[in-house]
Design a binder for this molecule. Structure first.
Ligand code: SF4
Length: 127
């Protein structure tokens, strides 16, 4: 029998949970064959709910740009421990996926605006 992050058994014959190990990642909600596991985010708290029972409550971090809830501190630390140092440093920005994507796209958009301006003025661009 193998066990997940929170000690959830992957065997259908025996189900055991050590809720204190749950980091609130939500992966179990994607694979539960009966849909018995839910993650609920409300009022800055993430709740892991199994068959209607709240088994774990954890605070949620928020995006530093838009304020949207992102992930639990335990989930962020779980990810941080598995990244090389140069990538783990990026987690400190605490951006939601949407803001992180917009920020990553920003230089490309700025380049496109410069390109548009140059086309209007007739200046050619060497590629
Ligand atoms: S939310 Fe908790 S129980 Fe579900 S996979 Fe993540 S750590 Fe495991």
């Amino acid at each position: 029998m193998t066990r997940g992050v929170a000690g959830l058994s992957t065997s259908l014959a025996v189900e055991t949970v050590d809720a204190e190990l749950c980091i609130g990642c939500g992966a179990c909600t994607q694979v539960c064959p009966t849909g018995a596991i839910h993650i609920e985010d409300q009022d800055g708290v993430r709740r892991t709910i199994i068959t209607g029972t709240v088994v774990r409550e954890q605070p949620l971090l928020t995006c530093s740009e838009c304020g949207a809830p992102t992930q639990t501190p335990a989930h962020r630390e779980f990810v941080r421990q598995r990244l090389p140092d140069h990538m783990a440093a990026l987690l400190d920005r605490e951006l939601c996926p949407s803001c992180a994507r917009q920020r990553a796209d920003r230089p490309v958009v700025e380049q496109a605006l410069v390109y548009d301006d140059e086309m209007e003025t007739g200046v050619s661009i060497a590629c």
